[in-house]
Design a protein around this ligand. Structure first.
Ligand code: SIN
Length: 507
């Protein structure tokens, strides 16, 4: 990275770690600031004066931090690493020469320089950053910002933006404002190409985002109650209780103040009934994505896990052994799901609105895995319980603050729904944060069980996992085990061992 402090370098680094790791490229971030904090002497204060060019002691500590980070980075690349991101200011030509000498001929390298000159935007960014910066913990915000401005002035004295056209670089201009453009020089290759593409998208939303993203599984479906995987069944009664309880749970979490306009909210579902029905009471515009459909169980669509284990133990075992790569015959693997979710991730990164995704277990595991930079191998076993909201709130450093909120069904089990009047009392309708880029909400007038009006958007053109077959009627009545199990995909739950007699699943 290259750039003055407060230009969103760490934000971009963390985003790149999420994206490249999620695409399967082993990626690690080396933040020189963290190494510098580790090098701090017993009575050393690392305030603005520490960063002054003439502060020899400060320079010494910073050099030690630089070399410690570079050593670790090189060890990592020599061992398992595919991509290493060196998060430092690297603002002088001398520093960049040192890096080139160290890596030239051994690794492909790119400098990513972030530039911003919009003082208003920078000021907002500094304040946003102060809330999370480990250098300014427990410090008054105004004092912290003043010290940070002085630190930047110290860097500005020696800053030399990249001008050497022989270097491989991407310059991001005004990235923090959300109106960025890129200046790209001597970039080629697959991963560098993906990085350019991704940076272009991330820049669209800007850095100082006040929105939230919520992930929630659909309510219990009829298939869930029968322990069947896949299919396109409707919600059970309990599932409908969840659908009625969801608006109340969500409305409490929408970021808004009495003065500031609310951040608009959109609801994204899959094209399957159980997510559409679960979202049907939410008073916000809705978008259906084919790419959000559950992992396709192929030949085992409509079976129970017990049936798979009994009729095809080798398939069942293969999935247990490697749930990430195992592909259902004529269906999908988790890796396939991750691949088809890339357009959803890109759209989420571009989006300035809050988004509530009502989805399926495997798909939400994959999406959460992206935002939390979970190693691919661990994605298929992530905890995504039913009847919970996972709330993700962007932080200044590009990571997400995560909160898990249970959705209580009790008040809604009598079939009572949160009516428009109730919502209105809670939230002035004028302020209802409708997704700005979509049509106005239909659901306010239509709190029925089905989504009676056309969706405000449809993304069914995105990569389809293939046709999802309807379960046969025989299968419904024939399976006696697993009642009440809530699973969309297999592998992480034990087979109940119940009788398969008469089961319609003949695979
Ligand atoms: C820092 O110490 O926070 C940044 C190190 C650098 O200037 O590269």
């Amino acid at each position: 990275m290259v750039g003055l402090p407060g230009r969103g370098k760490t934000f971009l680094c963390n985003k790149l770690v999420c994206y490249l790791s999620w695409l399967g490229h082993t990626t690690k971030l080396f933040n020189v600031g963290s190494y510098r904090r580790l090098q701090r002497g017993e009575h050393e204060v690392q305030d603005a004066a520490f960063f002054a060019h003439e502060n020899e002691k400060g320079k010494e500590t910073r050099q030690r931090a630089l070399h410690a980070a570079l050593e670790d980075l090189q060890d990592y690349l020599a061992a398992e690493g595919q991509v290493a991101i060196f998060d430092a200011t690297n603002t002088t030509e001398e520093r960049r020469r040192l890096l080139v000498q160290r890596f030239h001929g051994k690794y492909q390298y790119i400098f990513i320089e972030s530039i911003c000159t919009d003082q208003g935007v920078l000021e907002a960014n500094y304040r946003f950053k102060m809330r999370y910066s480990p250098d300014y913990q427990n410090m008054d915000e105004d004092k912290a910002v003043e010290d940070f401005r002085q630190r930047i002035r110290n860097y500005e004295e020696v800053y030399e933006p990249i001008t050497d056209r022989n270097l491989h670089y991407i310059k991001l201009i005004d990235m923090v404002t959300g109106r960025a453009h890129l200046d790209i020089n001597r970039i080629s290759g697959y991963i560098p190409g993906k990085i350019v593409f991704f940076l272009m998208q991330v820049c669209k939303a800007g850095m100082t985002q006040k929105r939230k993203i919520w992930l929630t599984r659909h309510g219990e479906s009829i298939f869930n109650t029968q322990g069947l995987i896949g299919g396109d069944s409707s919600l059970s009664e309990k599932g409908w209780d969840f659908a009625r309880a969801l608006p109340e749970a969500l409305l409490h979490r929408i970021p808004m103040t009495s003065e500031a306009p609310a951040v608009p909210v959109s609801v994204w579902t899959s094209t399957l009934k159980r997510t559409i029905e679960s979202a049907s009471h939410l008073p916000f515009p809705k978008l259906r994505w084919k790419a959000l459909d559950e992992i396709h169980a192929g030949s085992y669509d409509g079976c129970t896990y017990a049936q798979i284990a009994n009729t095809s133990p080798e398939e069942y075992q293969a999935r247990q052994m490697d749930k990430l790569r195992y592909r259902y015959p004529a269906g999908e693997s988790y890796l396939d799901v991750i691949q088809r979710l890339e357009p959803v991730i890109i759209e989420l990164e571009r989006e300035k609105e809050s988004v509530c995704i009502v989805g399926h277990q495997a798909v939400l595991r994959a999406l959460y895995g992206y935002f939390a930079a979970v190693p691919l191998q661990d994605i298929p076993t992530l905890e995504v319980p039913l009847h919970h909201l996972i709330e993700l709130q962007p932080k200044a450093d590009g990571t997400m603050q995560v909160e898990r909120i249970p959705v209580h069904l009790d008040a809604f089990s009598s079939g009572h729904s949160l009516s428009q009047k109730n919502i209105g009392r809670r939230l002035d309708p004028v302020q209802l944060p409708f997704g700005a880029s979509h049509a106005s909400s239909d659901a306010l007038e239509s709190p029925g069980h089905t989504d009676p009006l056309p969706p405000s958007g449809d993304r069914s053109d995105y990569l389809s996992p293939g046709p999802v077959s309807q379960p046969s009627q025989e299968m419904h009545g024939s399976v006696s085990e697993s009642k009440g199990m809530h699973h969309d995909d297999g592998g992480d739950r034990k087979v109940s061992g119940a009788s398969l007699a008469g089961a319609g699943c003949s695979h």
